[in-house]
Design a binder for this molecule. Structure first.
Ligand code: FES
Length: 104
């Protein structure tokens, strides 16, 4: 079953992207052509896939693991709802999740 993620870009434009289980959010955003660098390719080593997760969705997510946490700690523009989008696998329970790309 395909679903959707809703991503606000750095200009404030909202994009509805098709999402499928088995992909991480970073891949869905990147493959849709949005400007997310994802320099390390998804191994929690660069933080260029930093997003803010809409507050209402935070509790639906997998917990932050140590490597994600230490990378986020070094990130500029850190907020309480910051996550690395390469560390969140899309699951059907995330259908409709809202994210915002963090500043570069
Ligand atoms: S792509 Fe590098 S930390 Fe997510």
């Amino acid at each position: 079953m395909k679903g959707q993620i809703i991503v606000t870009d750095r200009e404030g434009k909202v994009h509805e992207l098709e999402a499928e289980e088995g992909y991480v959010l970073m891949e869905i955003i990147r493959d849709a052509g949005l400007p997310i660098e994802a320099a390390c390719g998804g191994c929690a080593a660069c933080a260029t896939c930093h997003v803010y997760v809409d507050q209402e969705w935070i509790t639906s997510l997998n917990l932050i693991e140590d490597d994600e946490e230490s990378m986020l700690d070094q990130t500029f523009f850190l907020k309480k709802n910051s996550r690395l989008s390469c560390q969140i696998e899309y699951k059907n329970n995330l259908n409709g999740i809202k994210l915002t790309l963090a500043p570069e």
